[in-house]
Design a protein around this ligand. Structure first.
Ligand SMILES: [Zn+2]
Length: 358
């Protein structure tokens, strides 16, 4: 599996490559994690547009983790349960909950695993002769040929999919006044669709809700591009004729400013919920270690990931392993929130079908 790793600028890292050790500035901020070797070492691979690249072993994963966290707590046994977490939420002991989520919360909505080579979506893109699969999200390639990206945009465009129970659960946390912020890696817009407001949402990898002209930087609303994208044409700026790109974060682009809210959010959080993510993408992965050491962390995921797997778990950590929707349902059951959740979902479904009729 290959995933994106974004290295914080401040850290010094070493990559051993063909016997050479590249340090600090010798590295680009963008590498693809090729595979994880151990908790401290990952094999990275860097590719350029011509498909050239190198791979090497990246050590000191921990040192850049410390860049935003503060270190782990040495593999202690769990002493809390899902019911304890539910009690804390129900009794409003937790009032500043931070949620980190990844692709795993959207697969039940039918969102294809579009970042993985070999998935159906990439196969569909073969006619565009991409030099390598991830080129679709490479900004240099986009300037060269934007068509494959817009073909993907058409598939993923908000409206084709509906939020699932997990998205509505987070919306309900907000309705109850207990959500400090949700940090999502997803670009499907399902969080917004579930009614989580803008100010509560950090879409770390960007959004289709807004767009920017690549030439004059003029701002557009996502719906301004709707007709072009649905018709399969590349949208052009009405002022300068430049290509308008949805505000999705490409490889080689900075994360949105909003992401840096984590600097104030995480020290304030009183509960962290991590769901549906492999926690392999930096700097997302390090966020899970950025809450205070006394704060409980709940993982709802298929497997142990990040600090839950690295042996740096804390006594107050809880892992609910298995299908994400089932895990969320279990938590909602323990909270007694299922009737409310179902009503919320039914209401939204009704609104959506009314909108379609109009
Ligand atoms: Zn323009």
């Amino acid at each position: 599996m290959i995933s994106l790793l974004i290295l914080p600028r401040c850290c010094t890292i070493n990559v051993k490559s063909k016997g050479r050790i590249l340090t600090g500035k010798g590295l680009s901020r963008l590498h693809y994690v090729h595979r994880k070797i151990s908790s401290r070492f990952v094999c990275v691979q860097k590719l350029d547009l011509n498909g050239n690249g190198y791979s090497g072993v990246l050590g000191c994963q921990k040192s850049f983790q410390r860049g935003i966290s503060g270190g782990g707590h040495g593999g202690r046994k769990q002493s809390m349960t899902l019911d304890d977490i539910a009690k804390g939420i129900r009794e409003k002991e937790y009032k500043r909950i931070v949620v980190i989520a990844g692709a795993g919360i959207s697969t039940p909505s039918g969102i294809p695993d579009f970042r993985s080579p070999g998935s159906g979506l990439y196969d569909n893109l073969q006619k565009y002769n991409l030099p390598y699969a991830e080129a679709i999200f490479a900004i240099n390639y986009f300037h060269h040929n934007p068509k494959p990206f817009f073909a993907l945009a058409k598939e993923l465009y908000p409206g084709n999919y509906r939020p699932c129970l997990t998205h509505y659960f987070i919306r309900l946390l907000h309705d109850k006044g207990q959500l400090l912020r949700m940090y999502t890696q997803n670009i499907d817009g399902l969080e917004r669709m579930a009614g989580i407001p803008d100010k509560k949402l950090v879409e770390a990898h960007g959004t289709f809700a807004t767009a920017t002209c690549t030439l004059c930087r003029r701002k557009y609303q996502g719906e301004d591009l709707h007709n072009d994208i649905m018709e399969g044409t590349v949208p052009h700026c009405s002022y300068c004729k430049g290509i308008i790109k949805p505000d999705i974060v490409f490889f080689g682009e900075e994360l949105p400013q909003q992401f840096f809210l984590y600097l104030t959010d995480f020290p304030m959080a009183d509960l962290l919920i991590v769901m549906g993510t492999s926690l392999e993408v930096e700097p997302f992965a390090s966020l899970s270690g950025a809450v205070r050491s006394s704060v409980s962390r709940l993982l709802i995921n298929r497997e142990l990931v990040g600090p839950f797997a690295w042996g740096s778990s804390r006594q107050s950590d809880v892992a609910e392993l298995g299908d994400v929707v089932s895990g969320v349902r279990k938590l909602a059951d323990a909270l007694g929130w299922m009737p409310e959740l179902e009503a919320l979902m039914a209401d939204d479904r009704q609104k959506a079908s009314k909108k379609r009729e109009e």
